[in-house]
Write a protein that binds this ligand. Structure first.
Ligand code: ZN
Length: 502
């Protein structure tokens, strides 16, 4: 290895150690930290964040990057070292484009906006949040201008979470898919609804956790290199591929949050545990984008975890774990309950058919907001009209509508679309996996998940952040992101449950 490349790697190693320590104390904050520790934890987080940012954006990093780039000249595009230079250079240039005054102002404005959002959410008063969101929006526009863009002002905002993805591409995909989804929701709403009372019985919390953890261990989550704890909002944090933390929450009278929450976070965790070891401490040991990360969680949660084949294997086990509730219940009733489709106002409670419509409406409002086509004060009205148009229901207040998500108060404009992109990617990748792995369906029915997991490891996990989402999709499936596979998946699955849909 060249001398400059070695020096660059050493520097990135230090930065990545700071970042993983930062992630560890953030994890602690959400799980075990006593409430009294909040003030000093705030200092610790800020100090580590500043140190990492300063080291990374220093001129010295740029000098090392340029010198190391010469040393790796001629290496293959997909080699670890050429990828390292390419990705870190992209991160470095982006990080240097934001003036520190803007970063500081952004932090200040979003801290106040989060507090205002909380109050507005609890009192259902958008007017409390409106002036704060106007400030966040103004700064977001400044941020987009600082990053720079060619086609759409939303491009650099999307790029923060989904590198390389373009607004025009996402717009096209969403507008192709939307009428189909709206029609499916209409058709399903006219059919007899599934009864989901069987997943709303009394389920012991410890038994739920035990069953969930045993199941994700069968999926392949390695508890010797990871653990599970409780938190208010479930998440997955990988400090390194050998230390991956999942959290979940449990509701005594509802089976889904713990069970499917664990399947979901396990999907993220398997990705983190599967990054190849030689990418450790390089800043490439992470998922390639939020969308690709979400494709992994959605695959295990929905495509596998809510499939009939999987429950053929798993239903006798869950009956054994909860005999009083499920022993005499037919599997089909349970299967329909966990796959009930019902238009709802709240995104995080949405089913597989309606979920993406929640995202599309947010994407449409965000792109229009940042390009100045709509004003913040009109958001509640515009939001409600879209909910009615797409889902056929109407929020009765702003808490059920425009105020339901925390993202905008944190300045996360550009984030939402990655949830839907993840759903689409999960179906596109799984369709390929079905072609590549003979008898995949049968394997899952008999509780064998290593075929799918090793395929995901080889095709996606090992690469860490080396490729963009579209590069990865093209390498694996032969085409960039598309919505066809997702629509096929949804139509086939829910025609089987609700009767022929078109
Ligand atoms: Zn997720």
């Amino acid at each position: 290895m060249g001398q400059k490349l070695a020096a660059l790697k050493e520097r990135l190693g230090t930065i990545s150690d700071i970042n993983s320590s930062l992630a560890m104390i953030s994890w602690d904050q959400e799980t075990y930290m006593p409430p009294g520790a909040a003030k000093f934890r705030g200092y610790q987080l800020a100090t580590l964040g500043r140190l990492s940012h300063e080291l990374f954006t220093a001129d010295e990093t740029g000098t090392l990057l340029d010198a190391a780039a010469k040393e790796v000249k001629g290496l293959d595009y997909d080699s670890d070292d050429a990828s390292l230079i390419r990705i870190v250079k992209r991160d470095y240039e982006l990080a240097r484009k934001l003036p520190s005054s803007l970063v500081a102002e952004f932090a200040q404005v979003t801290t106040a906006a989060k507090e205002a959002w909380k109050e507005a959410y609890h009192t259902s008063k958008f007017s409390t949040f409106q002036p704060h969101l106007e400030k966040v929006l103004a700064l977001t526009i400044k941020k987009a201008e600082a990053y720079g863009y060619k086609d759409h002002i939303y491009d650099p905002l999307l790029d923060e979470y989904e590198p390389g993805m373009k607004t025009a591409h996402v717009s096209k995909i969403f507008s192709d898919l939307k009428p189909h989804l709206v029609s499916l929701v209409e058709q399903i709403s006219e059919r007899a609804p599934s009864d989901d009372s069987c997943i709303h019985l009394d389920f012991d919390e410890q038994a739920q956790l035990k069953f969930g953890n045993e199941t994700i261990a069968e999926f392949g989550f390695d508890f010797k290199r990871g653990r599970q704890d409780l938190s208010h909002h479930p998440f997955c944090s990988g400090f390194t591929s050998d230390d991956v933390r999942l959290t979940t929450r449990v509701e005594r009278d509802f089976l889904s949050p713990c069970l499917f929450g664990l399947f979901h976070e396990c999907g993220h965790g398997l990705y983190e545990q599967g990054v190849r070891e030689n990418l450790a401490r390089t800043l490439l040991a992470d998922g390639t984008s939020l969308g690709v990360h979400e494709s992994q969680s959605r695959m295990w949660e929905n495509i596998v975890g809510r499939s009939r084949g999987f429950w053929k294997f798993c239903y006798p086990k869950i009956q054994k774990a909860f005999p009083a509730q499920l022993k005499s219940l037919p599997m089909e009733t349970f299967y329909r309950a966990i796959n009930r489709v019902k238009p709802s106002l709240i995104r995080v409670e949405a089913d597989e058919v309606t979920y993406n419509l929640h995202i599309m409406l947010r994407f449409e409002l965000e792109t229009q907001m940042v390009s100045g086509k709509i004003a913040v004060k009109d958001l509640p009205k515009l939001w409600n009209a879209k909910v009615e148009e797409y889902l056929g229901i109407k929020p009765s207040n702003d808490t059920e509508g425009v105020l339901q998500d925390i993202h905008w108060s944190m300045g996360g404009i550009g984030y939402f679309s990655t949830y839907a992109l993840g759903n689409l990617m999960s179906a596109q990748l799984y369709e390929r996996a079905q072609k590549d792995i003979s008898g995949l369906g049968k394997q899952i029915e008999s509780g064998k998940f290593d075929g799918l997991l090793s395929w995901l490891r080889k095709k996606i996990h090992v690469h860490g952040r080396k490729f963009t989402a579209n590069e990865l999709l093209e390498r694996v499936t032969g085409e960039p992101l598309q919505s066809r596979s997702y629509l096929n998946y949804i139509k086939t699955k829910f025609s089987d449950i609700y009767g022929e849909l078109d």
